[in-house]
Design a protein around this ligand. Structure first.
Ligand SMILES: O=C(CO)[C@H](O)[C@H](O)COP(=O)(O)O
Length: 282
């Protein structure tokens, strides 16, 4: 992979800010890695950059999130070496990440044993300019939120398609809401009253009937108009107050940073303190 520096990125490409002045970080050295399709390349870049910057020798309890970018997170952690990883415990956010941990011979733990996690790295469906995220496209957001909240450092990794100014721009299927099964019809009515356009029970593919989460619950996808996404925290609180709702896939004010991998070989890093950094790769 050749070194790419985005010398003059269009501001709207990355951020709504017109005075886009990224801090340039030293390049990621990724020589001798197999070539991937462009989007996969972006996911791998984001994951590797996030692991390198956030998982150090002193990170002993690590939360592993869900989604298509997370296998690259585990791949990079494994590359840190068996000696370091033998001293670590890995906490999964669901079936997929549990499998990743076990198949890579990492030590499996759970959040009830380790209610304080050093670092959790997770994917997202969409992230806005203020690091608010929609999660739950993979139906794991209850455990994901517990692990994000338990973590001293919570970091999001994704490819460039997830980088938005405002939630609801690219992720149009709505806010994922985990609900107690017997209450789903009532919650559907009540999210509609809150202003959701066409909320729907998420149905299984290759399974008759609704998606059932790892916690035995159902999911509602509740789309909202643009104005609601301008204050995602308010929207989160209003949905969370509905009786029967177990957890809402809006993560507000939780992430320390989001790493977006671009198919041109660069990573954009948005931090909670407002810093925007850019890392190329060689
Ligand atoms: O929140 C999630 C699961 O609940 C995932 O992190 C999110 O859906 C991203 O998945 P992918 O990388 O496969 O698009």
């Amino acid at each position: 992979m050749s070194a790419v520096t985005l010398s003059n990125p269009s501001s709207s490409y990355y951020t709504s800010s017109t005075d886009y002045k990224p801090v340039k970080l030293s390049p990621l050295n990724l020589t001798n890695l197999p070539k991937l399709a462009p989007t996969e390349e972006g996911k791998r870049l984001a994951a590797y950059a996030a692991v390198d910057a956030n998982i150090s020798d002193s990170s002993k309890v690590i939360g592993i999130g869900s989604g298509s970018t997370v296998p690259y997170v585990v791949e990079r952690i494994v590359q840190q070496g068996a000696a370091l990883n033998e001293e670590r415990v890995f906490i999964p956010t669901g079936f997929q990440s549990k499998e990743l941990i076990v198949k890579n011979n990492l030590v499996l733990g759970d959040v009830d044993q380790y209610p304080t996690i050093d670092v959790t790295i997770d994917g997202a469906d969409e992230v806005d300019n203020n690091l608010n995220a929609v999660k739950g496209g993979g139906a794991c957001h209850l455990r994901e939120k517990v692990l994000a909240e338990a973590a001293k450092i919570f970091v999001i990794v994704a490819d460039e398609r997830k980088n938005s100014k405002l939630l609801g721009t690219s992720w149009t299927q709505g806010v994922p809401i985990e609900v107690a099964p017997f209450a789903y019809a009532k919650v559907l009515k009540n999210v509609a009253k809150l202003g959701s356009t066409k909320p729907a029970l998420r149905m299984g593919i290759k399974k008759a009937g609704p998606v059932v989460t790892d916690n035995g619950n159902f999911l509602i996808d509740a789309p909202f108009g643009e104005s609601y996404y301008r204050d995602p925290k308010e929207l989160l609180m209003r949905i969370k107050m509905l009786t029967g709702v177990v957890e809402v896939g809006l993560f507000c004010g939780m992430a320390k940073a989001a790493y977006f991998g671009y198919s041109n070989g660069s990573v954009l890093i948005r931090s909670a303190d407002g810093t925007i950094s850019e890392q190329s790769s060689i």
